[in-house]
Structures are given as structure tokens and as C-alpha cells.
Design a protein. Structure first.
Length: 52
């Protein structure tokens, strides 16, 4: 966490908005691959097992 705050403190004030958008985008990509995608995969497997 300290590394992120140090990197954010070193960025120029004009770049603040763009770096925040990049951080939010990276966060959503991580959320997708760690939570949403595995859950959809499990739901698909469960559906295919219940049909047979």
C-alpha cells in the first residue's frame, strides 16, 4: 500500500485524473478475473451437469 501512495505522490498534478482512471480500470480487470469469470464458469458447469 505504501508503494502505491509513493507512486501516486510522485505523479504530477495534471496527471492525477488519468492515473486514477487507470487504477480503477486495473481494479475492475482484477475483479473480473478473480470473481466474475470463475463464478460464471462454475454456473455453466453446474448447468451442464444438471441437464444430464
Amino acid at each position: 500500500m505504501n508503494l502505491i501512495s509513493n507512486a501516486y505522490a510522485q505523479s504530477s498534478p495534471a496527471d492525477g485524473g488519468m492515473s486514477m482512471l487507470i487504477m480503477i480500470g486495473v481494479f475492475f480487470i482484477i475483479m473480473y478475473f478473480m470473481i466474475i469469470r470463475p463464478q460464471n464458469k462454475r454456473a455453466k458447469e453446474h448447468k451442464s451437469l444438471s441437464l444430464h
